[in-house]
Design a protein around this ligand. Structure first.
Ligand code: NAP
Length: 499
């Protein structure tokens, strides 16, 4: 570890930061029209953090008008593809160049280790913008088969104004998953970050303009879901809402679209993903995947493997190995500590929810094998240690409800048929995994788990080339990959008849 990344280094950088922020509308920092602000509480120590503009419908109207003006003028969508590509690549480079500041802002807001913010979140955010920037001058339209008397062009055209509503768990990465394809396709965007995690979004907008993105193409309105997200999703001049968040709010967003102008909706929602381990599996590999797959980011991951579905004969051995992985590799500490692999939960209320669900799991008959309790309370921050609850059955609340904390519910099975039934017995369908040395079974099983991504003998491996999203109540529409562009466009036919 270099001296540069010591705890003192980050403390010093933080001391030099001013943390009052406005919206970013039409290329400018703007206070809320109402003059209202709200103060974020830092998850790492419970102290006051950023002071942000508390937006409402007036700010939403201004941001949407700016986005519409930019779209209608063609200032971005009408530009040469090569030029647009250069702007997005410059933007990606600026994100990398400001990586330390972005990492610090993200960690202040969400409490994850700053090394993870820098090494994972900033990196994947920049990579995402670059990936879609590189696509811009490689997309072709089509000519449909007609007779010689006609020519039909099938053009893929941008939709217009996109509302992006995002959550707090991986703010920068998820923002890039939406901004990259939406802007590469030629749309304008109004982004509403979660109230807990606005700082990185505001910085991304500032860097976009510095990179040459025309004003109005990317606006950010900060504030609360009811006051900013709802009017955005209800707005008559928004063409699509791309939402990532809970299934509960996703349902509301779909309703707002239906009540207003039938804007398109894409929903990336919650999960309760199963990691299935058969007795013939490499148990060390399975333990490592189960521990990191559930506890990374303090379990605040939509596709966290929160249900360990394990063959009864190897259950105790596997849980012992998971505990060893936690002790050896997954240090929980203040997010500025170089040793920290996981940090704080997002806020006090959420921590209480996680602790409440653990208590319910125990009351329902689950047994705490290790961890899963509040720690470091003397810091004033919101820390829960990684832990496993065993003796869980799939009908218990701890097996059904998304926990969004570092807690694994272990459910034992005896037969393959039973394992598959448990894996699929959930309202969600975001991800899953199977661990076995029997490759026939691995493929049979992975085809049968009804989820957007299924891993074989690993967990959470991916890259930008692979689509990400869910089935069932985990939503619809896919982020990442070349296919993500499709949801921000639609086909337009231009038919020319020759005489
Ligand atoms: P959330 O409570 O659903 O909030 C998501 C966003 O929606 C926030 O910006 C929130 O604003 C806003 N919102 C809240 N109420 C709204 C309303 N009535 N109308 C419009 N917008 C509204 O989710 P979260 O707690 O931030 O994030 C955790 C959830 O996200 C988990 O369920 C997780 O599984 C899911 N997630 C899914 C994926 C995926 O790719 N499938 C990825 C990451 C997270 P405020 O917070 O400001 O109120």
């Amino acid at each position: 570890m270099t001296e540069q990344f010591s705890r003192a280094y980050w403390e010093q950088r933080l001391a030099g930061l001013s943390l009052a922020r406005g919206h970013f509308i039409d290329g400018k920092v703007e206070p809320a029209r109402s003059g209202r602000t709200f103060t974020r509480t830092r998850p790492m120590d419970g102290k006051p953090g950023a002071v942000l503009a508390q937006g409402d419908v007036q700010d939403v109207d201004l941001a949407v008008a700016s986005a519409r003006k930019a779209f209608a003028s063609g200032v971005w969508r009408g530009r040469e593809p090569l030029e647009k590509k250069k702007v997005m690549l410059r933007w990606a480079e600026l994100i990398r160049a400001h990586g330390e500041e972005l990492a610090l802002l993200e960690t202040l807001d969400v409490g994850k280790p700053v090394q993870a913010s820098l090494g994972v979140d900033v990196r994947l955010c920049a990579d995402g913008i670059q990936y879609y920037g590189e696509m811009i001058d490689k997309m072709y339209d089509e000519i449909a088969p007609t007779g010689p008397k006609a020519r039909a062009l099938v053009r893929k055209v941008p939709l217009g104004v996109i509302a992006a509503i995002t959550p707090w768990n991986y703010p920068m990465i998820i923002d890039a998953w939406k901004l990259g394809p939406a802007i590469a396709a030629g749309n304008s965007v109004v982004l509403k970050p979660a109230e807990q995690s606005s700082l990185s979004a505001l910085k991304l907008a500032e860097l976009a303009v510095e990179a040459g993105l025309p004003v109005g193409v990317f606006n950010v309105v900060t504030g609360f879901g009811e006051e900013v997200g709802k009017p955005l999703a209800l707005h008559q001049d928004v063409d699509m809402v791309a939402f990532t968040g809970s299934t509960e709010v996703g349902k509301l967003v779909m309703g707002y679209a239906a009540q207003s102008n039938l804007k398109r909706v894409a929903l990336e929602l919650g999960g309760k993903s199963p990691l299935v381990v058969f007795e013939d599996a490499d148990l060390d590999a399975a333990a490592s995947a189960a521990a990191w797959g559930c506890f990374y980011n303090s379990g605040e991951t939509c596709h966290a493997a929160t249900r360990l579905v394990v063959q009864r004969s190897v259950q105790d051995e596997l849980i012992g190995k998971i505990e060893a992985v936690v002790k050896r590799e997954i240090a929980l500490a203040h997010p500025f500590e170089p040793s920290a692999q996981i940090g704080a939960l997002i806020e006090a209320e959420h921590m209480e929810k996680v602790l409440g669900l653990i208590a319910t799991g125990e009351k329902d008959g689950g047994r705490r094998a290790f961890g899963a309790e509040r720690v470091l309370s003397e810091t004033g921050g919101y820390y829960v240690s990684p832990g496993v609850i065993t003796d869980v059955t799939n009908d218990m609340r701890i097996a059904r409800q998304e926990i969004f904390g570092p807690v694994l519910a272990a459910i034992a099975f005896d037969t393959e048929e039973e394992a598959l039934a448990i894996a699929n017995d959930t309202i969600y369908g975001l991800a899953g995994a199977v661990f076995t040395r029997d490759m026939d079974r691995a493929h049979r099983f992975s085809e049968s788990i009804h989820a957007g991504t299924v891993w074989i003998n690993t967990y959470d491996m991916s890259n930008f080339a692979t689509p990400f999203g869910g089935f069932k109540q985990s939503g619809f529409g896919r982020d990442r990959s070349v296919h993500a562009i499709d949801k921000y466009c639609d086909y337009k036919t231009i038919w020319q008849q020759f005489n």
